[in-house]
Design a protein around this ligand. Structure first.
Ligand SMILES: [Zn+2]
Length: 321
């Protein structure tokens, strides 16, 4: 019998927890969300409470008790389970999340970067199943990236590898919550798409964009994609600029890692080829050796918003047991 584990995806605004039987990891035995508690003690205490609630609900349904916990955290997570820095979790620095949770829950706990968890899920059971060299990039509030190299997650010497969202792509560019300027995620995330659209709407002359809810200052990336789906030329032009920014970063990652496949996730990718086709078009001329090498396929992620929690559960099975 496959073990039953808990997978948790900690986001800047909410935490998603799932009890999963590793024999069928895409199916949640039970699932529960909570608002992300603010501050280190509240975060650890909140997660302990969520695991207890999930366990109680799962066993009431006849499930076996979970034997391990996996946690994905948006930030720099060391191989020792210590979260060094998490820009979207105020006050969470140098926090031994793994140690605190395993002491409180009396269970083995594995902690990793949230994008690493999503990457692991897509490679183990998602759209890149069975492939050994894959880049998984999630375009959300920021950009999360997880890389599988020769069949293993790329973690680096201390666990901090893969922070592609904070590669600087523009000198003196937009400020980033990480403290630097011009990071890739300021341009090529879902938030970046919204910023590009707001800039155009502010200048006027783009009636579709100017008519979006909250325009210009509260336009969302999803609203731009929805407008582009109707054929609005200004929304399509913004999407094309956005796709160029995505392409610049992806081309660098392809030069660096030579993946078989690049998987892209996040809310803006729900529009599928409307976004992915311009990305593919912009990536091609930016990769070294155009015309002399096959380019990796660029695919939409398949596990949606549960990828992080599913990956954390898989991580618990692979690392904590
Ligand atoms: Zn940054």
């Amino acid at each position: 019998m496959a073990p039953v584990v808990v997978g948790l995806d900690v986001g800047g605004t909410k935490v998603l927890g799932r009890v999963v039987d590793l024999g069928a990891p895409t199916v949640a035995v039970v699932e529960q969300r909570m608002a992300t508690p603010v501050g280190p003690e509240a975060l650890v205490g909140g997660i302990v409470g969520l695991v207890a609630d999930l366990t109680e609900r799962a066993t009431a349904l006849g499930s076996r008790s979970p034997v391990a916990v996996g946690v994905g955290i948006p930030g720099l997570v060391g191989r020792d389970g210590v979260v060094r820095l998490a820009p979207h979790l105020p006050g969470v620095t140098d926090l031994d999340v793994g140690g605190a949770l395993s002491a409180a829950l009396d269970l083995p706990v594995a902690v990793d970067n949230d994008a690493n968890c999503a990457g692991l899920a897509e490679v183990r059971i998602g759209v890149a199943t069975g492939l050994d060299d894959v880049a998984v990039v999630t375009l959300g509030t920021g950009i999360g990236a997880g890389f599988v190299v020769a069949g293993r997650l790329l973690r680096g010497a201390r666990g901090f590898a893969g922070e592609a969202g904070h590669l600087q792509v523009e000198r003196d560019g937009l400020p980033c919550p990480c403290g630097k300027r011009g990071c890739w995620e300021r341009y090529a995330s879902g938030s970046g798409l919204a910023l590009l659209a707001r800039e155009v709407a502010r200048d006027g002359g783009a009636p579709g964009l100017c008519g979006l809810p909250g325009a210009p200052e509260a336009i969302s990336g999803e609203a731009v994609v929805a407008l582009a789906r109707t054929g609005d030329p200004d929304a399509l032009a913004v999407l094309d600029r956005f796709a160029w920014w995505v392409g610049v970063g992806l081309a660098g990652l392809i030069d660096l890692l030579d993946p078989e496949v690049v998987v892209i996730g996040g809310g803006v990718i729900e529009a599928g080829d409307l976004v992915l086709d311009p990305v593919r078009r912009h990536v091609a001329p930016l990769v070294l050796g155009r015309g002399h090498r096959p380019l990796p396929g660029i695919r939409a992620a398949s596990l949606g918003s549960a990828a992080g929690a599913i990956g954390a559960a898989l991580l618990a099975g692979e690392s904590a047991l």
